[in-house]
Design a protein around this ligand. Structure first.
Ligand SMILES: Nc1ncnc2c1ncn2[C@@H]1O[C@H](COP(=O)(O)OP(=O)(O)OP(=O)(O)O)[C@@H](O)[C@H]1O
Length: 605
């Protein structure tokens, strides 16, 4: 029940209008019942039997009011006008009070929930994205959102009004013959209880299947992302086979278990309903034959009871739709309840609302300890002072913790012990968005968004002038190749920048970082994947940035870091050596060993 209420909460902003819409739709459903009742009364008039007291009183009152003669024709006309008013009169009003509000609310809630989901995406911790790929997350959110949207109108303009209609039917029959009403009530409760228990079981299976399907979709998304590797290793057939097996398993569960379950449920339900209709028919026939009820009441009771049982099918159908969608709505809810990351920014209303900082670029790591899991420390008691405008290189074997140190500087993770200070302030005390705006990083793989080169260059600073962009591109050695592009800065680069080479992407990354004019600029193996010529131009770019701000360079190729003021050698999470290139070579430690391996090319040794 808690879960069901959780789903309803996604529409809580619109509860007043929803209640109004449900009330109006229910009212229409109930008023609708007076039509078969009036027809029953017409039949009584035509067959010379007396009208019900209430109806007789109403018609007499109208006759007296309008000074009409109380004839059979007048009674019939009054009843016909009532039927006409109800059936024709409500037709143009009903769609505006029911479906309009139901869908309007569903669309408004969809907008709100999509925005809330995006907020969640933007504030979830980085670990979440390490464990869940884009395909899985996108499928979960999209499915949850669309199922919420479809379910709301079903619930408010069909399922609930139908319930009230059944209650109305029960009241009408009770008024005519309480024993038939009782039979109706008992049979209804029985059918619904049977239905609900079946649906609960099936919706649990749907939820399990939903999780399984997310894994399949996640793999499809990985195939798309890694398509070059798939093609290069010629694994298309095995990938297809693997997914075929999963899809086949999904089909079997969906078709032979879940769908079959719904059909079996429907079979029982229909048989029970038809038996009940038949029983009511038989009872009313006997009651009419014995003179307990009039012919008109026989028609009314049977018509209304048939209407009541006819509602079982749509009610069960909407309940079935709900059960089919319930699993993915719950998965969406679980996603929305995931705890946000410690680094979650407050998501200010406008970019201007983010606090503006300016630092000299003095960075200090003080007694820093960190591990991704408690039992495996990755950084052990790191102490390092970087002065403003200094260039510091972080080197060391793969896995020694260089990138992790930078992740902590960006506050993607919190240290287990110790702290990081910028200009003497603990970075945890600063607004995370405002603080990060003063840092910039160039990764080995530069993320490019679909759009023009200019959009990508100005991503971190949309207020930059074209002169600033040009200057940054000149420093980053990107100007020449941009000029040769078909539309210069307006060239569309394609999703993930497919139309750019690795070196070009890298230079765009550097220019983009420079346009932000950061206080601390970090190169995380920015040249590792480049050819010699591209590496040279990136090195030239780096050289012209030296001394203009604090620079942290992570590099495997030691030729890149020669000119750094300070080279810091990390090994198994510890700083083992610090010094300039020449000092470290003279020390004859790890740096010297790594250097000589690269110089002599004896990597295999
Ligand atoms: N998201 C993560 N979850 C768990 N462990 C991680 C994660 N990222 C890195 N590690 C582990 O932390 C250790 C340090 O990784 P890190 O990426 O900082 O090393 P690195 O020195 O930058 O290596 P490389 O030079 O190969 O990039 C490694 O043992 C790695 O397996």
């Amino acid at each position: 029940m808690a879960k069901f209420l959780d789903i309803l909460k996604y529409f809580r902003n619109y509860w007043k209008i929803s209640l109004f819409s449900i009330a109006m739709m229910s009212l229409f459903e109930i008023i609708d019942l007076s039509v078969p009742y009036a027809i029953g009364q017409i039949l009584n008039v035509l067959s010379g039997q007396p009208l019900d007291r209430v109806v007789q009183g109403g018609v007499t009152a109208i006759a007296q009011l309008g000074n009409f003669e109380m004839t059979q024709t007048f009674t019939l006309t009054s009843l016909l006008i009532l039927v006409g008013l109800i059936s024709v009169g409500r037709a143009p009003i009903q769609p505006w009070l029911g479906p309009w509000f139901a869908w309007d609310t569903a669309f408004r809630a969809r907008r709100d929930n999509a925005e809330a989901a995006l907020r969640k995406v933007l504030t979830l911790p980085l670990e979440f994205y390490d464990e869940n790929n884009a395909g899985r997350i996108a499928a979960r959110v999209a499915k949850g959102l669309s199922n919420h949207t479809w379910t709301f109108p079903d619930l408010t303009s069909h399922l609930l009004p139908k319930f009230f209609r059944v209650i109305g039917i029960f009241a009408v029959i009770w008024f005519i013959e309480w024993r038939i009403a009782l039979l109706l009530l008992v049979s209804f409760i029985g059918i619904l209880a049977f239905n609900l228990s079946g649906l609960k079981r099936l919706s649990q299976q749907e939820e399990r299947l939903d999780k399984y399907m997310e894994d399949t979709e996640s793999r499809t998304s990985e195939i798309i992302t890694n398509i070059k590797t798939v093609k290069a290793f010629a694994t298309e057939t095995s990938e297809l086979k693997r997914q075929q097996q999963r899809l086949d398993r999904e089909f079997k569960v969906l078709d032979y278990r879940i769908h079959k379950g719904y059909v079996i449920l429907g079979t029982y339900e229909r048989t029970i309903v038809q038996s009940c209709v038949f029983l009511v028919f038989a009872l009313t026939v006997f009651a009419t034959a014995q003179g307990t009820i009039s012919l008109g009441h026989f028609i009314t009771t049977f018509t209304v009871a048939s209407m009541a049982y006819a509602e079982v099918e749509p009610i069960s159908q909407f309940a079935e739709f709900f059960a089919r969608r319930y699993g993915s709505m719950i998965r969406f809810h679980e996603f929305m309840k995931l705890p946000v990351g410690v680094d979650a920014s407050s998501l200010a209303e406008t970019p201007e609302a983010v606090p503006q900082y300016q630092f000299t670029g003095k960075v200090e790591f003080s007694h820093l300890k960190f591990g991704y899991s408690a039992d495996r420390p990755v950084l052990k008691d790191i102490n390092l002072l970087i002065e403003p405008y200094q260039t510091v290189a972080l080197v060391g074997r793969s896995g020694s913790g260089k990138s992790t140190l930078v992740k902590l500087l960006f506050r993607y993770f919190e240290p287990n012990q110790g702290k990081i200070l910028i200009d003497g302030q603990d970075i945890r005390r600063l607004d995370v968005s405002g603080y990060r705006k003063r840092l910039a990083i160039v990764h080995q793989e530069v993320d490019i968004f679909n759009g023009t080169l200019l959009d990508n260059l100005m991503y971190g600073n949309p207020n930059a002038t074209i002169e600033q962009v040009r200057e940054a591109c000149r420093i980053a050695q990107a100007e020449d190749f941009i000029k040769q592009m078909p539309a210069g800065y307006s060239t569309i680069v394609g999703e993930r920048g497919v139309r750019l080479s690795g070196g070009q992407r890298q230079r765009i990354g550097i220019a983009r970082a420079l346009i932000v004019d950061p206080d601390v600029l970090i190169f995380d193996e920015a040249t590792s994947s480049l050819d010699y010529e591209s590496e040279r131009s990136i090195q030239l770019a780096m050289r012209s940035i030296l001394g203009t701000r604090t620079l942290i360079i992570i590099a495997h190729r030691l030729s890149t870091v020669r000119e750094a003021d300070k080279i810091v050698v990390l090994d198994q999470g510890n700083i083992v050596e610090v010094g300039s290139h020449d000092e470290l070579l003279q020390q004859g430690g790890l740096y010297q060993r790594l250097h000589s391996l690269q110089e002599t090319g004896e990597l295999l040794a």
